[in-house]
Design a protein around this ligand. Structure first.
Ligand code: CA
Ligand code: CA
Ligand code: CA
Ligand code: CA
Length: 731
């Protein structure tokens, strides 16, 4: 591997054909064509190209399989897609002397999952105590983005193994830990005996390895490497020093979590201190997530290395930016002088480096005075990929201007293309860290130094959110939501979500609604009821199309009581000794009415009544010899039916009991299980209103699947019991 010197010609490096980094790239973009249910890929032409090979895979697949097409051309129409399904495409260019690579993640009308899982925000305690409001805002933005986020303070003087144990504990305890954000100088793991910038032996040894915190299954050891030849003692790695041995990610060779870090400690060239730089970062990323500012969708490349024998570091700009901003919106120009006055959402710069500089780009001292108009950047050169050092060049770039994330992109190649379809920068970091052969990695695939500096939740673009969400209970059973409209000019509408008692978010709106209010009818269960409203906009860009959702407005309301109707008391007493009359009475809660259903089909619809005993025992209540009957209570939202039992004896005493059987939920939705409070195996039959038997069998363990039952009204009979339970199946 070559060392990354700036002035290559001094050392006699020459490359046949003098290819540029663009030669090793296919600038691919994708267009959604919903009218043809198709995705059209197109790319830049290269006069030296002999063939282009187009391959496709599902995002979850590791392998590409046989290419869909191999030909010489500049576009490809894929008419074999399914709407909503997300695909990765690869286009490999072959010429007689070199190959180029291009990738795009594309779909027609992709829907993103609102529930993004659990997230930990590990905050250095000095930052948390200085910026409690900013950290609270950060956590709120995470929640609004669909994460269940926890803020955990970390003492910067604790050990990396302790911090890792906190993450492992959360990974084991939480349902879906997906992301970790390290904010501040949280202890920095070091690992390996590597020099990905080629500077051996002076820069070979342990490098900062935050991926240690993102790997949940590998074994990290500290008993093999013994190398103290590096110039900086930070890079020395000997046995038992707390720096790990692994140069590549152990275990399954990939991280399980999306992880990024923002660490503004020890940037001495800046006038502002660590807290002020961190505050500025949190303020600008919060405003970006709220849609309060953006930058022109274009990419800048400042490539001071060129083709570099095929390593083509600059291709990380050309290749990645094409599906994000379009192949024709990427410009080769000077990094600092351009970005000082012109905005580029994405940028790439590389050149021979030192800890505080990259040739042709600038120095840490210069960056400390800059305010560059770029959001997501990559920089590459010697030394500064080892970022945990005072005045490091990458951290200096992150600390200024509009910059929100940075990666050391060249060894290995990075993959940002999923951002074009709504993925987070953390998704891209996790993909790159675990990548070896799925996407062409060049040198350094799966090395432990691969790291994201920045908030890992950041996405390429945000819809302006709705604001001032307000909740009110109306008409006893309903929750009314109102909000202030999003200011987004491309708004399609809103989605409304609900979560009960911290459970998963359930989307209540099947498609987006355009009104600024919504009524959640029939909120029956008690507890903490949270609502989120997101603004939705269909992004139709250079990676096909997807529905982009804003950070949500969120409010919570306490539902104090369960509003399901039920019988709370029932009596059936003989009017007096030897009386032939029985007085029935039931009282209910949350009920608008009552129906008594007797086995002979007689019906009573009042709460209290008296009936004369019919000694023949067959036509009217109460029955001489005892009877099972039901009381159905209902409100406008739902009903409840409960079995009771009563008997009376002329010349004896009355007795009542109940409930004897409970069947719920009722109404029930297709696919739900009907719960029957009954012990043992009991035969059942379900008949429709015409008396046709639609299902029968044996109820096991008190529940019955109704998957195959069409919506409608039915009657359930149980064993040899008299009577039936009306069941309503909803779609
Ligand atoms: Ca040393
Ligand atoms: Ca060690
Ligand atoms: Ca792993
Ligand atoms: Ca330059």
């Amino acid at each position: 591997m070559r060392t990354l010197f700036a002035t290559l010609f001094l050392f006699g490096w020459t490359f046949a054909g003098a290819q540029t980094s663009l030669d090793y790239t296919v600038r691919v973009e994708a267009k959604a064509i919903p009218s043809q249910n198709a995705i059209e890929l197109s790319w830049d032409s290269d006069a030296n190209a002999v063939t282009y090979a187009v391959a496709r895979k599902l995002v979850s697949d590791a392998n590409w399989g046989t290419p869909m097409a191999v030909f010489l051309g500049e576009s490809f129409l894929d008419t074999t897609i399914q709407e909503g399904v997300v695909y990765d495409y690869r286009v490999i260019k072959n010429s007689n002397t070199y190959s180029g690579y291009g990738y795009v993640r594309a779909a027609v009308h992709a829907h993103l999952e609102h529930d993004r899982g659990d997230a930990l925000i590990l905050v250095a305690s000095n930052i948390l105590s200085a910026l409690p409001n900013e950290v609270a805002t950060l956590a709120k933005d995470y929640a609004g983005d669909g994460f269940r986020a926890q803020v955990i303070p970390i003492n910067p003087d604790t050990t990396v193994t302790y911090v890792k144990s906190l993450i492992i504990d959360a990974y084991d305890a939480l349902p879906d830990l997906a992301m970790v954000f390290l904010l501040g100088h949280v202890p920095v793991p070091y690992s390996g005996n590597l020099a990905p910038d080629g500077h051996v032996p002076d820069h070979q040894g342990a490098w900062p390895a935050d991926v240690y915190y993102a790997d949940m299954d590998g074994t990290w050891t500290d008993n093999v490497v013994n190398n103290a030849n590096a110039n900086d003692p930070r890079n020395d790695n000997v046995t038992g020093d707390g720096k790990f041995d692994q140069s590549s990610i152990p275990g399954n060779a990939r991280p399980e979590l999306r992880l990024g870090r923002v660490d503004m400690a020890n940037l001495t060239h800046f006038a502002a201190d660590e807290v002020a730089l961190t505050k500025a970062y949190l303020d600008r990323t919060h405003a970006y997530k709220q849609g309060a500012w953006t930058l022109p969708k274009r990419g800048l490349i400042d490539d001071n290395f060129g083709g570099f024998g095929g390593e083509a570091f600059g291709s990380n700009g050309w290749r990645n930016f094409s599906p994000l901003v379009g192949k024709d919106s990427i410009y080769s120009t000077d990094y600092r002088s351009t970005l000082a006055s012109e905005g580029y959402l994405f940028s790439y710069g590389c050149g021979g480096g030192s800890h505080e500089s990259a040739s042709g780009i600038g120095t840490s001292t210069q960056l400390a005075g800059d305010s560059l108009l770029t959001g997501f950047t990559m920089l590459f050169g010697s030394y500064f990929g080892d970022w945990d050092r005072s005045d490091n060049f990458m951290r200096s770039a992150l600390a200024q201007g509009r910059t929100m994330s940075i990666s050391w992109a060249g060894r290995p190649w990075w993959y940002y293309h999923p951002m074009g379809l709504g993925a987070s920068i953390g998704d891209c970091a996790m993909l790159t860290q675990g990548n070896n052969t799925t996407f062409y990695s060049s040198y350094g695939g799966r090395f432990v130094h691969v790291a994201l500096l920045g908030d890992p939740s950041l996405r390429m673009e945000y819809v302006a959110p709705p604001t001032q969400l307000a909740l009110d209970t109306i008409d006893t059973f309903d929750v009314a939501l109102t909000w202030t409209a999003s200011s987004d000019p491309n708004l399609d509408g809103y989605y409304v979500y609900r979560s009960m008692n911290g459970g998963p978010w359930e989307r209540l709106t099947a498609s987006s609604i355009t009104s600024v209010n919504y009524t959640d009818a029939c909120v029956l269960d008690s507890g903490e009821c949270a609502y989120q409203v997101t603004a939705v906009s269909l992004v139709d860009g250079f990676s096909g199309s997807y529905f982009n959702e804003s950070i949500a407005a969120e409010e919570t309301i306490s539902i104090l009581s369960n509003k399901r109707p039920k019988v709370i008391a029932f009596t059936g007493e003989q009017a007096g000794f030897n009386s032939d009359t029985i007085d029935y009475e039931a009282s209910t809660v949350w009920s608008d009415g009552i129906v008594w259903l007797f086995p002979d089909t007689s019906i009573v619809d009042v709460y209290a009544f008296s009936a004369t005993i019919n000694e023949t025992g067959s036509t009217n209540p109460p029955y001489y010899d005892g009877v099972d009957f039901q009381i159905v209570t209902f409100n406008r939202c739902t009903s409840d039916s409960t079995w009771f039992y009563a008997s009376a004896v002329i010349g004896g005493v009355s007795e009542t009991e109940g409930p004897s059987i409970k069947v719920y939920p009722n109404p029930i939705r297709v696919g739900e299980r009907l719960m029957v409070d009954i012990i043992g195996r009991v035969p059942y039959a379900l008949v429709d209103l015409q008396g046709r038997r639609v299902a029968s069998g044996v109820i096991e363990q008190g529940s019955l699947a109704l998957d195959a039952i069409a919506p409608g009204q039915y009657f359930l009979t149980l064993g040899d019991r008299d009577g039936v339970v009306p069941i309503v199946v909803l779609p």
